[in-house]
Design a protein around this ligand. Structure first.
Ligand code: DAH
Length: 341
């Protein structure tokens, strides 16, 4: 009898090792611990044994039964753990997880301010004219009333190419000549946005590349009053209705008369602060009546036609609006800066 019990235990445990899955496990339990199992059968046979053997066999039966029940519980637990591990392995997509947000791109701060400006000019009937970034010396300077060796050229430090007289434009003003030559003698109302390049020492205040937004209006009877009214209307669209503005006499070779245009400091409201350097005013652009020489170079008779022009720096204006103290941030490609806009 004892031998038989040992065999039952050995076989049952061996069979348990091969059990895979819940169905298998249930079948094992019926087979080795159920009503018609060999162990239960052995129990019914106990009374037939002689007392000494019966006592010993009875104890072994109970021990084996408890042992098998524990082994069963252990196997069930191991199978559960295995099943979870396998499903994690196989079903790596958890459809119950919340979705990950897609990072959304955004416009570069220069593009933002340029578009804001273009929207204001569009409302006033100005069309965008795209002009080239690589220019001839003649268009960048000569035809804008700055012949060779003219001292005014010193205001624009220039990048030269390996091709003689081909340069990177230092301002958007040469676009004036392109558009005039293309359209003369028709009236013109355009803005010319784009990148300009200067051979500068890079610092917090100067970069070797930056955008400009040029404007040009040509027609009959265009006066300085039109220039003033138009720029004031632009300032109101850009900086808010009622913003105070002022014109200051200035000089540019391609305009006569020339003026610089200031808006009331939008940081301190004209009180005087570090942004406006205690003046209460922020200079935002240069402007003037198109010089007769420039009109003629563009194909317009200065006796019959007149016009005004202006040029502004979008990055400079963005810097004033957001109190950005270093122009180098614009092209440094640092997301910590770019993501703030
Ligand atoms: N081209 C000038 C510059 O880069 C800006 C400018 C001033 C443009 C006056 C104009 C103007 O059209 O009328 O400094």
């Amino acid at each position: 009898m004892l031998e038989k019990l040992e065999t039952i235990e050995r076989e049952a445990l061996a069979a348990l090792g091969g059990v895979e899955g819940a169905d298998d496990l249930l079948r094992w339990k019926q087979r080795w611990l159920g009503k018609s199992s060999e162990l239960t059968q052995a129990m019914t046979e106990l009374p037939e044994l002689d007392p000494a053997e019966r006592h010993q066999a009875g104890r072994r039966v109970n021990e084996i039964k408890t042992g098998l029940e524990q082994a069963h519980a252990g196997r069930a637990e191991a199978l559960r753990t295995q099943a979870v591990a396998r499903s994690l392995e196989r079903e790596q997509i958890d459809v119950t997880l919340p979705g990950r947000p897609q990072p959304v791109g955004r416009l570069h701060p220069s593009t933002q301010v340029l578009r804001q400006m273009l929207a204001a000019w569009r409302q006033m009937g100005f069309e965008v004219y795209r002009s080239r970034e690589v220019e001839t010396d003649e268009l960048n300077f000569g035809l804008l009333n700055m012949p060779e060796h003219h001292p005014a050229r010193d205001m624009w430090d220039t990048f030269y190419t390996t091709k003689p007289a081909v340069i990177m434009r230092t301002h958007t003003s040469p676009g004036q000549i392109h558009v005039m030559r293309e359209r003369a003698p028709a009236p013109i109302r355009v803005v010319l946005p784009g990148m300009c390049y200067r051979y500068e020492q890079i610092s917090a205040r100067t970069e070797i590349q930056f955008n400009q937004l040029e404007g040009l209006a040509i027609g009959r009877h265009i006066t300085f009053a039109d220039l003033k009214g138009t720029l004031i209307a632009f300032a109101e669209r850009m900086f808010g209705a009622g913003v105070r503005t002022r014109f200051r006499a200035s000089h540019f070779p391609f305009t006569e008369p020339s003026a610089e245009f200031d808006v009331e400091c939008f940081v301190c409201g004209g009180q005087g602060c570090s942004v406006c350097k205690k003046t209460g005013w922020l200079e935002i652009l240069g402007s003037g009546m198109v010089h007769p020489v420039v009109l003629r170079n563009g194909g317009y008779d200065p006796e019959l036609y007149s016009g005004f022009a202006f040029g502004m720096g979008p990055e400079r204006i963005k810097m004033l609006q957001h109190r950005i103290d270093d122009i180098r941030y614009f092209w440094a490609n640092d997301l910590r800066f770019l993501e703030q806009f």
